[in-house]
Design a protein around this ligand. Structure first.
Ligand code: ZN
Length: 475
């Protein structure tokens, strides 16, 4: 059974950690902190109650969405408006989930416009009457992910408006100079992309032999922290990465410092995710410290130790150690994460889409198994990960299949199973002699303008909003 009193302490601690960090974010000039946080501090038990209500609301909101769609599109015929009329829409999400997870990752709302002159603009403001801000315009020939913006598609008369929540559970959008604007849908993927690629690395801080917190000697030096090295390689390809953290195993103060430095770059290159305080493999191992300590305690460690976390001071994802799951684990996680990622060593070609919302436990998953088993393929060579053209072709074919069908490719590997000098070898490949299968594969996957690249938790922050936000025209 769960210790309810203990759980409340953890929730309360989480709230406090967020307050402290949002203060430092404000000093750094980032988004302003949540002005209503102190209320939650005074009412620690309220959060759990609100989350329960949010869960019940989910189905209701999904049904309401259809009605709102009709309101928004059907009630605003183009002929009813003069060409330059002001068009304003309101986007709303349930307050409890906004407070729990921020939901800052931009979600793409698709509008049908009657005309798109060069001076067309979209502005946004938060529902608490903050100033209007003009959204940056992006074009289809630019590489961008996870930024607020508008992309006008003049051939199809559409606007792809990408905005996230900031200080309020409501966003207002204003269209200027476009004639009419009818809300059509939330895009399945950010910016209406064709497919998605989501990447994670497991075990930062788990094993001493991966040198957690070691002085930086470059991504191909075997003495560098294997995880910092992997992060640098992924950053070079513009591939954001979820990293599963073991908060009380082999990593000490130097590891936390390195993690913070990598967050302080402010480039949204990685997402800290819960793995565990240690690395339990079954129910007996979980019982040593307890599920609460292992999982929510790890989240607490992350939120206390790390700040400047992309898209707010939250942890969205629990990556299951050894892929192990049971009912106590799911009850512990209920309403505490947006996504639970499972694991096995195999190829899982059918793992290529969003996981459905788990109504009982209020999270997405358990899902997100690796579409293709990178570890197993890379480990069949000696040294592990050495380049072979055939291996690169096999990985690329798996990605191409998902890309062509418009799916989500779930990728992961364990950097602690490889040597930096081999798996990050940037040299052109020569079978069995030089180069890296992984690096050549990532070069194939990365930097496509029609693919959405997002860390696991951001993918499901997007999904939650896309499934639950209400969009309505202001009259
Ligand atoms: Zn692990």
């Amino acid at each position: 059974m769960l210790d309810v009193a203990k759980r409340r302490i953890i929730l309360r601690n989480t709230t406090r950690a967020r307050e402290e960090t949002s203060g430092s974010q404000q000093r750094a000039g980032s988004d302003p902190p949540d002005v209503r946080q102190p209320l939650m501090k005074r009412l620690p038990g309220v959060l759990a109650v609100l989350l329960g209500a949010a869960c019940a609301w989910h189905g209701h909101l999904a049904r309401a969405f259809d009605r709102n769609w009709q309101d928004a599109g059907g009630a605003q015929p183009a002929s009813a408006r003069p060409p330059s009329a002001r068009v304003v829409y309101t986007i709303t999400i349930d307050e409890a989930m906004f407070r729990k997870f921020g939901l800052q990752y931009p979600v793409t709302y698709v509008f049908r416009l009657s005309e798109i002159p060069p001076e067309a603009q979209v502005r946004r403001r938060d529902g608490d009457d903050r100033p209007w801000m003009v959204l940056e315009k992006k074009t289809a020939d630019q590489l961008f992910n996870g930024v607020p913006c508008v992309r006008f598609d003049r051939e199809r008369n559409r606007a792809y408006v990408s905005v996230g929540f900031k200080t309020s559970d409501t966003i207002e959008l204003e269209f200027l100079g476009v004639g009419s604007a009818a809300f059509e849908s939330m895009a399945k993927y950010y910016d209406g992309r064709k497919a998605a690629y989501t990447l994670s690395n497991d075990n930062w801080g788990c094993n001493a032999w991966a040198h957690p917190g070691a002085p930086w000697r470059g991504p191909t030096n075997d003495e560098s922290d294997n995880y910092q090295a992997a992060l640098h390689v992924c950053r070079g390809f513009h591939l954001p990465l979820s990293i599963a953290i073991n908060s009380r195993s082999a990593g000490g103060e130097p590891m936390w410092r390195i993690m913070q430095e990598e967050l302080d770059r402010g480039d949204r290159s990685w997402e800290p995710a819960v793995h565990g305080q240690t690395h339990p493999k079954d129910a007996a191992a979980y019982r040593v410290r307890g599920y609460l300590e292992e999982i929510l305690g790890c989240r607490e460690d992350i939120l206390k130790r790390l700040h400047n976390i992309p898209y707010g001071q939250y942890v969205f994802e629990h990556i299951l150690t050894h892929g192990y799951q049971d009912e106590t684990l799911q009850t512990t996680d209920a309403g505490e994460f947006l996504f639970l990622r499972g694991f096995n060593w195999l190829d899982n070609p059918s793992s290529n889409d969003y996981a459905p919302w788990n109504e009982k436990h209020c999270f997405y998953g358990i899902a997100g198994l690796n579409t293709k088993g990178y570890d197993a393929l890379l480990e069949r060579r000696e040294p592990k990960g050495r380049y072979f053209a055939r291996d690169v072709a096999e990985l690329n074919a798996a990605f191409d299949k998902v890309y062509q069908s418009g799916g989500i490719f779930y990728a992961l590997w364990h950097p602690d199973r490889f040597r930096n000098s081999v798996i990050h070898d940037p040299r052109p490949g020569v079978d069995g002699k030089q180069g890296s299968t992984l690096v050549q594969h990532l070069a194939h996957v990365a930097n496509r303008k029609d693919v959405w690249y997002a860390a696991n938790g951001w993918l499901y922050s997007y999904r939650y909003v896309a499934e639950n936000a209400r969009v309505a025209a202001q009259r």
